[in-house]
Design a protein around this ligand. Sequence first.
Ligand code: G6P
Length: 594
Amino acid sequence: MCGIVGYIGDKQAQSILLNCLKRLEYRGYDSCGIAVGGSSVGVYKDAVRVETLGQASPRFNGTVGVGHTRWATHGAPTQVNAHPHLDCTGNIAVVHNGVITNFEQLKRQLTGEGHNFVSETDTEVIPHLIEKYYDGSLEKAVDAALRDLEGSYAIIVLMGGRPELIIARKDSPLIVGVGDRGNFIASDVPAILAYTGRVIYLEDGDIGVITQKNIKISRDGKRVDREEHKILWSVEDAQKAGYEHFMLKEIHEQPRVIRNTLGEYTRVVDLAAGSSLIGEAGMESMLMLASGTSYNAALVGKYIIEELLSIPVMVELSSEFDYYKRILARSVTIAITQSGETADTLKAMKKAQEAGCRVVAVTNVVGSTASRIANQTIYTRAGPEISVAATKSFVAQLMVLYWLAMTYPKADARRSAALFTELRQMPSKVQQVLDNENAIMGHAEYLSKYDNVFFIGRGINFPVALEGALKLKEISYIHAEGLAGGEMKHHTLAVLSQRTPVIALLAKDDTYGAMLTNIKEIKARGAPVIALAGDGEEAIEELADFVINVPRVDAVFSPVVNIVALQLLAYYTAKKRGCPIDFPRNLAKSVTVE
Ligand code: G6P
């Protein structure tokens, strides 16, 4: 998704802006640009990577500027559609993240008033509106322009000859980084982490005037105070640390992520005192809302919570929730979102709240929009996740769900106690999977030659099959489908052949026998089977063509070891196929539009 940055301080802005844009690359983009302010505004933009932009750009002199990475929505990824966009005079530059839904009408109106448009974007109406309303105060002109806009935006406005940046947000994230000798603005924290860890989150409807020394935020014409947050992530957390890709680094971080996430809650939850992670004693049902990989984590959560708490759990895609007509108002709602900024999930959270549900956000980003909308927030401690393909955030989300279920008063105490002991061993179990990397690499080489791959699982491993397929598809571009083992006979058996490997996830639970039958059915149709199974499962070694061994764990924890193996499998398959692993085509890390 689009990313925006701004800087105003005592240093040359250009190199700082390019640096910040590089750190936004992970969000996904197809073009980029910068504008630097002095007595006039210098702009350079193109449909290129940030590095190329930096090399090709003329040197601009100025200590204030804005930058943008664009993920095309209105108009193709071309030089002219890239941001910043300018008014007719070329002196007002705007970078924008979001979608202006009434831009066509505004464009017609402004064209009639003599404004000249050059791009196909929705954004370009903003600088023209500001130009129209400008009467000596840039802040007032921006305020007036915003009143004409419908849709979502996070914007930064720069005007030549003015040592200030005007910023505003509505339904798109925007933060101010507080520096000692200047201030920063960005869509998210990793962009500015190299410069400051002090962050202010803007709220919807806020307008800010940012100068080198001052941050003034107002709302409805009145000044407001916004709390400053200290970000604990380090710059190193957001760098590759010698790994070839962020994805591989993040896969390898998982033992630590599990320890950190569990450590967080062992501190806050006093088991002896009987307190739980969610302060809701008489919970009768649960609703979970999420998108993408977080949705698959929620699906695993359904099996965990239904087993341990014996309450019904509904899991819904955030993007579909808007179309549902009846919601159980008494359901405790858990919204799972790594970024805390996914537009569909934020919208679903608000709808659940309007229906009377108490909403608990499970998110990785302190101060994110989800954390501010929610009635309660539980943080995962995964650290910044840069790779578009989510890995460590999924495992951290699972840890919160295990902990939430196991500490809930209604949980079966004896079962929970046994599981606690094993939960604490998860970091070392995951490490054992990572230590098996070389063997998984061999299987990845084999998979990389195929165009269609199926993943099957039953029970708690059904959503893991979905997530394994999602991972492989998004980074290797192999068509991959995850499905419940029991569904094969209803459709997928029809397409099996020697050219369609099937990855079967085994767990020693009540699904085991049925999974063995599935494998036999698949073999009978000539399709190769790669089985993922606990160490020493002889029955499977005889049946499957290949076996990826994972450490033996209680079946309820099998998603953790299985997904780590599948993440590695996806990673090395994509690597073998020469794919741009951290930046899969057309995908974005943070999806801030519906
Ligand atoms: C995008 C990302 C996925 C992520 C999904 C939901 O599609 O590429 O990795 O799972 O959004 O994001 P969230 O931040 O809400 O978990």
